[in-house]
Design a binder for this molecule. Structure first.
Ligand SMILES: Cc1cc2nc3c(=O)[nH]c(=O)nc-3n(C[C@H](O)[C@H](O)[C@H](O)COP(=O)(O)OP(=O)(O)OC[C@H]3O[C@@H](n4cnc5c(N)ncnc54)[C@H](O)[C@@H]3O)c2cc1C
Length: 409
């Protein structure tokens, strides 16, 4: 058994798929170590265990909408495609999605997963409350409005409880139109980075740091984007984020309007997202540092681009969730899709070195080399999170080797 990318082999002694809260409680109460896993799309060992793993994909499909409170209650093991189709068919939406809809809701939220949009918080920002099981097998609900514990536990890396369901804020369904502006110069992008990345609902810039010093600007807009932007023409043929790949796997572009959930992800649910055989890393800096961070990465790109498939640059609104990479600062994320190659961790380290002056934060579900010392410096609530997790789970029932080395739990 392995993760989606195939670079991590899981070491489960047993892999269990409980069918009810009672069954889950029996597993939690009857074992010293239990690690919860979602759809296994992380690129590091965060979802591995040497003991019992539980996957919530056989729990009852709970999906309900309360129009009076504009919320939906969703089972934690569902994926974003499942909830999106349900919401849209009833006239509703959530505010944003990641580049792919295949990932479980709980796994995405536990790692601070995000889409793009300078005004769009990461996916966890639409959670109003969530229900989780503690190491004693008891279930409790944490609510945004009145519970400070909510901020600590929401992006929880699987160590503060097993989330069973989320209550999500919903908005009326909406349409998005997507266009890709090709050969968009580095210079123009970096000089006007904040203006460009704020110019539509969701904007991403893709580049391979090639000698042409250009990239593709993906614009997902509530209104029809113009045929050219800042003098750069929209592509007349569909594009894939990885230059040259068959774009059939991508959601509709070319200015054809469609529902939010069929445009905000780059990739369709019925196709393999991205390249498949790949690794990923992603680092977040404050939006004010983004042009300098762009220059710092560009300056060393000749040292890593031989193993790079593509870099994506996108925006995330600030939030107040302790382990969120966008905690307290509107962020620009520098993502890399890499070839699946043993050299990659050392190339990721080069990017970490280049971004060191900008107090970068890593995506917890992707490759990174920095440890707790760095995280303590760049995430103001990191030490508080560690203390909280130790208080909730003093025996470390929910941890694994990854969390042990990062959090001591
Ligand atoms: C092709 C591809 C594209 C991607 N695009 C994006 C993107 O656009 N934006 C982005 O931010 N990330 C992206 N990612 C990364 C992805 O969103 C994260 O890895 C996410 O965590 C995957 O969710 P999962 O369900 O597969 O999690 P898993 O890998 O299964 O688990 C991740 C963590 O979640 C915890 N967890 C799982 N279920 C529960 C639960 N019920 N309760 C508590 N904790 C739980 C696990 O313990 C673990 O710590 C991408 C990954 C891939 C493969």
């Amino acid at each position: 058994m392995h993760n989606w990318a195939g670079n991590i082999t899981f070491h489960d002694q047993a892999t269990l798929h409980p069918r009810s809260i009672e069954e889950l409680a029996e597993i939690v109460q009857g074992n010293d170590f239990v690690r919860v896993r979602g759809s296994a799309h992380c690129f590091n060992t965060i979802a591995d265990t040497k003991y019992v793993s539980v996957i919530l994909d056989h729990m009852p499909d709970s999906l309900t909408i309360d129009e009076s409170t504009r919320t939906a209650t969703v089972g934690a093991g569902l994926n974003f495609a499942q909830i999106s189709e349900y919401l849209h068919s009833r006239g509703w939406a959530i505010h944003n999605l990641a580049s792919l809809p295949h990932i479980s809701i709980a796994g995405a939220i536990a790692t601070g997963t995000h889409g793009s949009g300078i005004s769009n918080g990461a996916l966890h920002t639409c959670v109003k409350s969530f229900t989780l099981m503690g190491p004693d097998g008891l279930v409790r609900t944490l609510t945004r409005s009145d519970d400070p514990e909510f901020q600590s536990a929401l992006v929880g890396l699987g160590v503060v409880g097993i989330t069973i369901s989320f209550n999500l804020e919903i908005v009326p369904t909406f349409e998005i139109v997507q266009k890709v502006y090709g050969e968009f110069p580095h210079l123009l992008f970096s000089e006007k980075l904040e203006e460009i990345i704020s110019s539509a609902y969701s904007v991403s810039y893709f580049t391979i740091w090639g000698d042409d010093e250009c990239g593709d600007l993906w614009v997902k807009s509530l209104t029809s984007p113009t045929d050219s932007y800042m003098g750069i023409a929209a592509r007349s043929a569909k594009a894939h984020p990885i230059f040259g790949m068959d774009p059939t796997a991508c959601t509709e572009q070319l200015g054809v309007p469609g529902p939010w959930y069929l445009r905000l992800p780059h990739f369709r649910i019925d196709a393999t997202p991205s390249a498949g055989n790949e690794l990923q890393s992603e680092f977040f800096v404050d939006v004010k540092d983004a042009p300098a961070a762009f220059a710092a990465i560009k300056a060393i790109s000749h040292r890593f681009r031989h193993k790079l498939m593509v870099t994506e640059i996108r925006a995330i609104a600030a939030d107040d969730i302790w382990l969120s990479p966008a905690y307290g600062r509107t962020s620009i994320a520098f993502h890399c899709t890499w070839q699946n190659d043993p050299e990659v961790p050392s190339l990721v380290a080069l990017i970490e070195e280049a971004l060191a002056p900008f107090s970068f934060r890593p995506h917890f579900g992707k490759l990174f080399n920095v440890g707790s010392e760095h995280l303590n410096k760049v995430l103001p609530k990191f030490a508080d999170f560690m203390a909280y997790a130790k208080r909730i789970d003093p025996q470390g029932k929910f941890g694994n080797d990854f969390t042990q080395s990062l959090l001591g739990i």
